[in-house]
Design a protein around this ligand. Structure first.
Ligand code: ADP
Ligand code: MG
Length: 394
């Protein structure tokens, strides 16, 4: 069963219809003003298409974590202002999320006009997927478009609950692009290489377990490599390890072996005595007892880059080292450059991994940078995302 798209919705016509769009406008705020407006810009495509087709758009998003309370500093109003400026259209704002005030504001919209609702997470029912709140959203809409990939793995009232009560539903352009691009990892041109890194095995255990039998090679860096090495009985010194995950790490290795997937771990390391930006570091093959690994070493970086070169499909999540400190960013940079140079399909997910790529100015040369860390991991595992499933149900 395919997910209905914005194309399908527009083909059937939306003029004069109230279309509730759930977007991800969760931007950083600096002194009450929009800091980085990347997410607002990303939302423009779907909105422009709907508005020019004559839809009356009711736009909803969350912002930060107000935990079900009205918090003035997390109001969506500055976001609505920036959105209006970018769209070069007058944008209305309703300081309620649902209820009579929101309903009359939606009813007053004319064709091609946009109303932004207040932060949906001001309502305690949002993250609980409360049915009354979902019905409240539905009362504002004739059609529902979900374009918020980053929250599609959560069943919330505005990302999933509402869909049941609205007759016409569709995935927005951003959501559709994410599903298409990440779909390449689920159904890859081979060889499929998965590069996993970052802080902890426990954060990414499910994806490790799912990808080990699926990938042709699995390359592990970052702190999580030390849990794997320690589980093998190798020296890891004072590196970040999770002893209660040794058994899981061994199970992932076994799953890779049984599935014919090559699993690569670092063979050299950048180590320091203390984690600090200008700590004295050295490259070693064995982590000394009193030191910790903070980046993959140059030989490992070359080996991982060579893996990237031969892969036809690459999925990468998690940096190879403590990339926030320039001295320990070389492993991440080497992998990022190899991915940028690759002629295969590449998909990168995860907030820190995407940040590392953007910091290097390589964003334009990667096949796809996912906007959803958690959602992309759940999707490549083969899990159904509630926000997507809700669009499909009859
Ligand atoms: P992503 O956001 O891309 O999914 P994670 O949040 O899982 O990535 O991990 C990123 C964090 O992992 C970074 O803050 C980085 O400093 C940390 N990290 C990577 N390698 C190491 C290491 N060897 N030791 C300690 N922390 C590490
Ligand atoms: Mg992160």
């Amino acid at each position: 069963m395919g997910t209905p798209t914005l194309d399908d919705l527009l083909a059937a016509g939306v003029r004069g219809e109230r279309v509730f769009v759930r977007a991800d406008l969760n931007v950083p705020l600096v002194d009450g003003q929009v800091g980085d407006d990347t997410r607002i810009r990303a939302a423009l495509g779907t909105l422009r298409r709907l508005l020019s087709a004559g839809a009356r758009v009711v736009l909803a998003s969350h912002l930060g974590r107000p935990k079900g309370e009205r918090k003035a500093e997390l109001s969506l109003r500055p976001v609505a202002d920036r959105l209006g400026a970018l769209l070069e259209r007058e944008t209305r704002f309703c300081d309620e999320v649902v209820g009579p005030k929101a309903e009359s504001a939606a009813a007053e919209l004319r064709d091609g006009e946009l109303l932004v609702l207040e932060n949906v997470r001001f309502e305690p029912g949002e993250t609980k997927n409360d049915e009354a709140l979902a019905r409240g959203f539905a009362a504002l809409a004739d059609a529902y478009v979900n374009d918020a990939f980053g929250t599609a793995h959560r069943a919330h009232a505005s990302t999933a609950g509402i869909a049941r009560f609205v007759p016409r539903r569709a995935a927005g352009d951003l959501l559709r692009a994410e599903l298409e691009q990440l779909g390449v990892v689920r159904d890859p041109e081979r060889p499929l290489l998965c590069v996993l890194g970052g802080a902890k095995v426990s954060d990414k255990l499910a994806v490790l377990e799912a990808l080990a039998p699926h990938a042709d090679s699995l390359v592990i860096g970052g702190a999580m490599a030390y849990t794997f090495l320690a589980a093998r009985g190798d020296a890891v010194g004072r590196s970040l390890v999770e002893p209660d995950r040794f058994e899981d790490a061994r199970r992932v290795e076994a799953a890779a072996r049984d599935g014919g997937c090559r699993l690569l771990l670092p063979t050299d390391h950048v180590v320091v005595h203390e984690l600090a930006p200008n700590a004295t570091s050295q490259v070693v093959a064995r982590v000394p007892e009193d030191q910790m690994g903070v980046d993959i070493g140059p030989a490992t970086a070359r080996a991982y880059a060579a893996e990237v070169e031969t892969a036809r499909t690459i999925f990468w999540n998690g940096p190879m080292g403590v990339f926030e400190m320039d001295a320990f960013a070389q492993g991440t940079e080497a992998v990022a450059r190899a991915v940028a140079d690759s002629e295969g399909r590449s998909v990168v997910g995860g907030g820190d991994s995407v940040a590392a790529i953007n910091k290097l100015g390589l964003g334009d040369r990667i096949g796809h940078l996912s906007t959803g860390g958690g959602a992309s991991l759940e999707f490549v595992q083969g899990l159904e995302l509630p926000g997507v499933a809700a669009l499909e149900e009859a």
